[in-house]
Design a protein around this ligand. Sequence first.
Ligand code: XBP
Ligand code: MG
Length: 254
Amino acid sequence: MLPAMLEALIFDVDGTLADTERDGHRIAFNAAFAEAGLAWHWDEQLYGELLAVTGGKERMRFYAERHDRNFLQQPDLDACIKALHATKTRHYLALLAAGGIPLQSGVARLLREAQGAGLRLAIATTTTPENVAALLPAELLALFETVGAGDTVTHKKPAPDIYDWVLRELDLPPAACLAIEDSANGLKASLAAGLPTLVTESEYTRDHDFSGALAVLSDLGEAGRPCQVRRGDMHGKRFVDVDLLRTWHRHSIR
Ligand code: XBP
Ligand code: MG
């Protein structure tokens, strides 16, 4: 059997397309807590620890279990967390609308290049779908044929479910795809789905364990702004382009 050709790229969102956590999601969570009259405040360091739990609703429940057990006593707890999360999403969307969060270096270029080279594009994220649409300019959002996000699956990353869902939508085997992730939980999910995975770090993930990644880079880089290589072979390139992705992919499926 011939080895699979690279046919699609599957992107994570938070930390990969843009560094959204510290100055985006975290601020929105705190605004929602204040609006609800909760005495919760997630500072930068605490938020870094809470990121071990993916998904905003799951993260809030995890926090309450450790820091505010009274909160858990209310009879309509699930509905309350859902409402609190809807408030958080409203604040996050307002924050993006007010100025946005810039995309990571090389993201817009690589998306356009990949589409021009005939690669299919998809998203696999734990964040809420509206957040994806608000983060990306319309021109770039339109390049993605499949967006797997939020509660589409029950088990969020590090479970492989969102990647499995996206692969079913694309009707492709994992060996025909390459994932791009920024966190250990994301990498666990993509590897468990059988996907060769490139890691570009984000602010909160620099010390994560990225064993099993094709390469670990500071970002995708640009011609005039090469990426820093933490691990992996750039095959003479100074930034990530479609040609380099095809080379890594070929090596990974041998
Ligand atoms: C990152 C996450 C998300 C966001 C918050 O997901 O874990 O939970 O922090 O988003 P990924 P919601 O890196 O997979 O994109 O509050 O909408 O859940
Ligand atoms: Mg991420």
